[in-house]
Design a protein around this ligand. Structure first.
Ligand SMILES: [Zn+2]
Length: 176
């Protein structure tokens, strides 16, 4: 092993081939990854496994360690909340920018698919609001009956309370 540039190293090994320690195939050196020796910038070597085998090994490793990696990622996020969230924000912003059309399309599909669900939920909510005479429900009635266009925020709490009492009495009378 000698000191040389990556260019020199590659030129020297260009025509040579090597037997992969994993699959045993005799392959051109371009099929193997080149590494530099740690802390020695101008010393290169070629890995024992070919690129294809490395890819396979990585896949197996990732599969076996996916839980470990997830746990590591969670741990990292816990310990570095600001850095990660900033990075994530940037990544998300970039994603949104690059996928604007796709996101819009997905939202449309989601909306169409869930519109029935939303309608159903709204109906349930309306029934609940009516049963428990919530502020929102009473405001709705007041606005519907008002000759003046009362916006929700303009209706004073006292009026809502009075209306609630009135509705309760009315319901009692209907029941009786
Ligand atoms: Zn191989």
């Amino acid at each position: 092993m000698k000191e040389q540039t990556i260019k020199e190293y590659k030129a020297e090994h260009k025509l040579k081939s090597k037997v992969c320690t994993k699959c045993g195939a005799d392959k051109a050196l371009s099929e193997f990854r080149t590494r530099v020796i740690k802390n020695r910038n101008n010393y290169f070597y070629t890995l024992g496994q070919c690129k294809k085998c490395l890819k396979e090994l990585n896949k197996v490793w990732r599969h076996e360690n996916i839980e470990k990696m997830r746990e590591y990622s969670r741990e990292y996020k816990r310990n570095n909340p600001i850095i990660v969230s900033k990075k994530e924000l940037e990544r998300k912003a970039l994603y949104r920018m690059e996928n604007r059309e796709k996101i819009r399309e997905n939202a449309k599909i989601y909306y169409v698919n869930s519109i029935e669900k939303i309608k159903k939920q709204k109906k349930i909510n309306r029934k609940k609001s009516a049963k428990f005479l919530t502020d929102g429900y009473i405001k709705g009635i007041l606005r519907a009956k008002s000759k003046y266009l009362l916006s929700q925020t303009l209706i004073p709490n006292e009026i809502i309370k009075l209306k609630r009492i009135q509705l309760k009495i009315y319901r009692e009378l209907q029941r009786g």
